[in-house]
Design a protein around this ligand. Structure first.
Ligand SMILES: Cc1ncc(COP(=O)(O)O)c(C=O)c1O
Length: 461
């Protein structure tokens, strides 16, 4: 399509899909300069029946020494969890997994993922201008998409505090990250509006907002429905993309109803479709070492990202994709949901036990809110002031005192783009067996009390 392409409509008369040319303005110089792989345009024709394809430098598959692969997997539902079944990777799939394959992912796996997006986000792939691409976890996909969109000096918006894993990327790309406030209800949409309406005239407009809307890492917060709607409408008005990094979407244990994703909302709320890049990961729900995640968003941007992948790792490892696909295909979408129900019951129990231990030991020493998704509790410790901050420094607490007492958590400073002093701490309640929750909180309480007493403060508020 050309830059004059009209926005085209969906079956919903109130929504319009942004055309591919809309995304020209977002691509970084790096993405523009990266030409398509010479293989990309011949991959399709090479599959035409009868084609004698000599173009690709593929080794002869029959020489590969792997004959079969059998998986032993759990039943997905809670009553049968301890039973297992054996699934053999079918011959074609194993052959595909062992050979070079498509940059965006093994075809049947990607098709399964399209079915997943339709089921959980009510998005149809074939007529809505978006595609998915598989990567080595969300981290890999985030890295490549930031590369595709950001040049030195570009502006972005990030929720604050922000997932520590993206901060080095912002430094690497020398982009300007403007913070947007968060609270226990997620990103503060009014603060986002304030930032946008007061945007300095001499600074490039922000290209994207990075946010973790469910069980945020580090805050544990899940963004409310009303705020999501407002953020989405601001994205449409101010023309930025929402990077919806959602690895905890499937790790929800709060009460229903839950908010739809941004990816779903942009189809349901009248206006344009095409401002959301959604990142999904199997790391928290199937296996983190498998390194499988996928991104879904405007095809023009996914295509640009695939060009970077084609010239780096070519595609995510076929075996990891095939093993993930075989499990999911064996369970089916129903079985996948049963597995999520199981996860939800496990994590809800852990969350409740951890909260009870916090309540018992940290009351009067810290404040926190209760997460409804994900792995984290973010709490503010009542510490004595330090020269850099009147709220105190949790890094000193953790690195100097807690370490000695043999209890660890992550100081809040790790989650701010400027590394500023913070009184907050992130604790993961999935790291240690449940029977140690009480002892971990007792040790933490002891060091906070010591810090307060040494500063001449009363032991507890
Ligand atoms: C918010 C967030 N994004 C991305 C990732 C990376 O996930 P993956 O294992 O899929 O690369 C994590 C991992 O902790 C995370 O918390």
């Amino acid at each position: 399509m050309s830059s004059k392409d009209p926005e085209y409509s969906t079956s919903n008369p109130n929504t319009r899909i942004l055309p591919p040319s809309y995304y020209d303005r977002y691509l970084s110089d790096k993405a523009r300069r990266c030409p398509p792989s010479p293989f990309a345009k011949l991959n399709g024709p090479s599959r035409i029946p009868g084609m004698l394809s000599l173009f690709a430098g593929r080794p002869s598959s029959e020489t590969f020494p792997y004959r079969a692969l059998t998986l032993t997997i759990s039943h997905p539902d809670i009553p049968n969890r301890d039973k297992s079944s054996r699934v053999e990777l079918d011959g074609d799939l194993l052959g595909e997994a062992l050979q070079y394959s498509d940059t965006g992912g093994i075809r049947r796996f990607v098709d399964w993922l399209y079915g997943l997006q339709e089921r959980y986000h009510k998005r149809r792939h074939h007529d809505e201008g978006w595609s998915s691409s598989v990567g080595c976890g969300s981290q890999d996909l985030l890295f490549k998409l930031f590369m595709c969109l950001l040049d030195e000096g570009d502006s972005i918006l990030v929720e604050s505090p922000v997932y520590a894993g993206v901060i080095p990327i912002f430094h690497l790309l020398k982009c300007h990250a403007t913070e947007v406030a968060t609270d226990p209800d997620g990103i503060v949409a009014d603060d986002l509006e304030r930032v946008l309406r007061n945007w300095p005239k001499d600074r490039p407009k922000p290209k994207l907002l990075y946010t973790v809307p469910y069980g945020c890492n580090p805050t544990g917060a899940s963004t409310t429905f009303e705020r999501r709607v407002k953020v989405l409408n601001l994205a449409r008005e101010f023309g930025f993309l929402i990077f919806e990094d959602d690895p905890y979407f499937y790790l929800y244990y709060g009460d229903p109803p839950r908010s739809p994703s941004y990816f779903q909302l942009e189809k349901e709320i009248p206006g344009t479709i095409g401002h959301v890049m959604r990142f999904d990961s199997f790391s928290k729900i199937l296996s983190s070492g498998m390194r499988v995640g996928f991104v879904s968003g405007p095809t023009a941007i996914i295509t640009a990202m695939n060009r970077l992948t084609a010239s780096s790792m070519v595609h995510a490892p076929g075996l990891a994709q095939a093993v993930t696909y075989s499990l999911l295909n064996h369970w089916g979408y129903e079985g996948f949901q049963q597995h999520l129900d199981y996860l939800s019951s496990v994590y809800r129990r852990k969350r409740d036990l951890f909260m009870a231990a916090m309540q018992k030991h940290l009351t009067g020493l810290a404040e926190w809110s209760i997460p409804e998704a994900g792995l984290f509790v973010w709490f503010k410790v009542f510490l004595p002031p330090v020269p850099e901050s009147k709220e105190g420094d949790s890094e000193d607490l953790i690195v100097r005192r807690a370490l000695k007492e043999k209890v660890l958590a992550l100081p809040g400073t790790s989650f701010f783009t400027d590394g500023r002093t913070s009184a907050y701490v992130r604790a993961s309640f999935t790291m240690i067996p449940e029977e140690y929750f009480d002892e971990a909180m007792r040790r933490l309480a002891k060091v906070v009390e010591e810090a307060r007493e040494e500063a001449g403060l009363q032991t507890r508020l």
